[in-house]
Design a protein around this ligand. Sequence first.
Ligand code: GLA
Length: 389
Amino acid sequence: MKQKLFDKFAELFGNSDGAHFYFSPGRVNLIGEHTDYNGGHVFPCALTMGTYGAARKRDDRIIHFYSMNLDKFGVVEVSLDDLTYSQEYNWANYPLGVVWTFAGKGYKLDSGFDMVIWGNIPNGAGLSSSASLEVLTGVILTDLFGITDLSMTDLALIGQYSENNFNGCNCGIMDQFTVAMGKKDNAIFLDTNTMKYEYAPIKLDDAKIIITNSKVKHSLVDSAYNDRRQECTDALAALKTKLDIGALGDLTPEQFEAAKDIITDPVQLKRAKHAVYENQRTIDAVAALKDGNITKFGELMNQSHISLRDDYEVSCEEIDILVDLAWKIPGVIGSRITGGGFGGCTVSIVKNEAVDTFIESIGKAYKEKVGHEAEFYTVDIGDGASRLD
Ligand code: GLA
């Protein structure tokens, strides 16, 4: 990959002398969905799929971004003196937002830079191609400009800040955190309330984690996402009139059941219920995993899907088809929607001996019902973002 990227870099910018090579992964969330902006727990892992980058400082105040995946946008050129969002920059608004956030936090770059990327995370599939790119940019900037006082957690927070304030999606911290902090063969059990985390080894001797891409992305994803977030904020505000809590994640299901009548709006009630129960499911799932009880882990994944489908309402027909098909296959331990929702991917734990059947039978039935193919990826859990050379 490095050679391809560096050849392109040289073609665009004269040569690749002194450029460096970087990688930043995508992520898949095993359980704990839409809990990260509700002060709850998440349990994602970084993938070996991700975004590769080549970058080098310039002598002037120009920044160049080029994507080998989206070459139709050509070289996007921005001046360090005008770091503003522009529709025509398209994908480059993600790395640009990170430069803008660095500048806003006092890390003003003393020169521009050239950056070429290529990635193998399917776009818009809910596997965090944008967080991958944001954290990649953070790693590049700290490396090129010798910034030593920002930790990987800081780079995750910068990525989230830039996505919230530059790109307009009020996402939580899960994606950027996972991309920054990922560890090979481990998932991350993160409490988004305290930002305390621990790594949990994923050793499934007789099963695989399979991502199934529905290859649909329904429009208005960001606005629907922001709506969900607002509904949770409103539900929390109602609960706070009677309870001394800081987030929905502070409540156990029992405490929620005792207090829930304070929420008068039925939609807000469903959203809050999901957030509270999903948080508990995540805690229980990690405990089950530590006990070696993968069956229970799978059941909790299934319950997570039902809750996301019925109470949080972020699933869609195509994803429900994939999950229903998966649930019918013997050897499927658990299957659910993963990521923000409204299309994208499912994540399933499948016994080794059922993997071929899973891919063949779901692939066929999905094509028949929906009219296009699904894609399947076996998960290899990789490390977080870093410079590779
Ligand atoms: C998106 C967001 C995350 C998280 C998930 C849902 O991926 O970026 O912060 O909220 O949706 O769990």
